[in-house]
Design a protein around this ligand. Structure first.
Ligand SMILES: [Zn+2]
Length: 463
């Protein structure tokens, strides 16, 4: 059992039922016609600058009765989804406790399913139809479209593109990696990219597949492309959809985050009691801060480390290539941040300055494209601690020195429901950041074609 409430706020302690009961009521009423409606749901943004406000909201967070889009944080706004029945009691509580809040999204359903042209779904469907099911980056694509596109690349460019299914998800979908390699004996330094571990973060698979496509264009062009060394001196392993079951389920429930393992059935699904948070499930410092043992929680860590096949199989795949992989990048949304390890706690790390140098250079390169600002630092420094994340596994267990987690666009205006016309800008700027990271990391490892900036080598080596 999680603590129900363990906070200073007297009002909440005296009347927790007022919040919990409406929560149950709204959960019962939201799945209709095979698709979950978010009509009347609001996203509230609270500022937790006082200890009392922080403790109160953190207490609510720990009850697992609200969907926090960003866990409680003192330095940045905290966003949470509130169903219609919860709105009055919660706003009343905020007023009583003098916690400042604003309505960030007045009706979540309108953002997901808008009547106007900027509606994500209508515009997205329109764009998808226009492209006749083929892959493009004007719309968020279905899993099958992305995976078929990966196969098509391998078919069209066998000289440098290959796919590999390294296992299946709980519901039997492929864990598919696209390998880009111009040859060699598999000992070239490599980069790992993954996306979609959290199902509702649609900009992640879109951005990761965009980057894969850019790399393929570079490889296809060959020596004449100024970036050819990116593919000729480096091998790439790219899985845009690490959580294929969850991603598929977001066609039914756009706000689904977790995997789809565990007890099935309407009630369990309605309460969010199935699935594990796959980014709390990796086998390094598993079960620590920012995780829950409650299966109904959005941050449920699973029954054991790597209990999820998606995590276990990916861990094994990365671990087997740990000597080759020099840069491990995992992509999430939203917040516009680049996280260095460690994520599990605010503890020192030996090579912090090197990790930060590479991250800051990447943020600068990113900003130079569309002037989008990203912060750099560890997750506990910038937002919150979260144990069992993939970049901690990559660094802590697999020994990959340069491991990072990106939180892509935006900073909360649209949150997970980022309009599809931001996919290409996100892809362009993120690719610039990835190129910068590859340049720095390959310079660090003295990969010949990258050894151009003596300054970077010195900065990285002499700390
Ligand atoms: Zn995420």
């Amino acid at each position: 059992m999680e603590r129900l409430l363990d906070i200073e706020g007297l009002a909440l302690e005296s009347n927790p039922v007022a919040l919990v009961l409406p929560t149950l009521a709204c959960l019962f009423s939201t799945i209709t016609g095979g698709r979950k409606s978010y009509n009347g749901y609001q996203v509230l943004r609270v500022n937790l600058t006082t200890t009392r406000a922080y403790n109160t909201i953190n207490g609510i967070y720990l009850t697992n009765t609200f969907d926090f889009l960003t866990p409680p944080n003192r330095d940045n706004p905290t966003d949470l989804v509130v169903c219609p029945e919860q709105l009055l009691p919660l706003k009343g509580l905020f007023t009583t406790l003098r916690i400042p809040y604003e309505v960030a999204v007045p009706n979540l359903e309108k953002l997901i399913q808008p009547q106007e042209i900027e509606h994500e779904t209508i515009e997205n469907n329109l764009r998808r139809r226009q492209s006749d099911g083929a892959m493009n980056w004007n719309a968020y694509q279905k899993l099958s479209t992305i995976q078929n596109w990966m196969e098509a690349q391998a078919h069209d460019y066998p000289q440098f593109a290959q796919t590999e299914n390294y296992g299946t998800s709980t519901e039997g979908r492929h864990l598919k990696v696209l390998k880009i390699s111009t040859g060699g004996d598999g000992t070239k330094p490599a980069v790992w990219l993954d996306g979609g571990i959290h199902a509702r973060e649609w900009i992640s698979p879109a951005t990761v597949s965009y980057i894969a496509n850019e790399l393929i264009k570079i490889a296809a062009e060959g020596e004449s492309n100024e970036n050819y060394k990116l593919v000729n001196s480096v091998d790439w392993y790219i899985n845009p959809n690490l959580n294929p079951d969850g991603y598929e389920y977001t066609q039914t429930d756009r706000m689904w985050r977790k995997t789809r393992s565990g007890n099935s059935g309407f009630l369990a699904s309605a309460f969010g009691c199935i699935g594990t948070d796959p980014n709390r499930n990796w086998e390094y410092q598993w079960g620590g801060k920012g995780t829950s043992n409650n299966p109904c929680s959005q941050i449920y860590r699973g029954t054991s480390a790597a209990s999820e096949p998606e995590v276990k199989l990916t861990q094994d795949y990365v671990y087997a290539r740990r000597e080759q992989i020099k840069l491990f990048l995992t992509f999430h949304a939203y917040s516009q941040m680049i996280f260095t390890p460690w994520g599990y706690d605010d503890v020192p790390i030996d090579d912090k300055e090197e990790l930060m140098l590479v991250a800051r250079n990447a943020a600068k390169a990113l900003q130079s494209v569309h002037n989008t600002e990203f912060q750099s630092g560890s997750s506990p420094e910038l937002l919150y601690a979260a144990a069992g994340g993939s970049e901690d596994f990559a660094k802590g267990k697999a020994g990959i020195k340069f491991a990072y987690c990106y939180e892509l666009r935006d900073t909360g205006k649209y949150g997970f429901i980022l309009p599809p016309d931001q996919i290409i800008p996100s892809g362009e700027e993120t690719f610039a950041a990835v190129k910068s990271m590859v340049g720095d990391v390959m310079a660090y490892y003295r990969v010949p074609e990258f050894e151009q900036s003596e300054q970077i080598i010195q900065d990285l080596r002499l700390k």
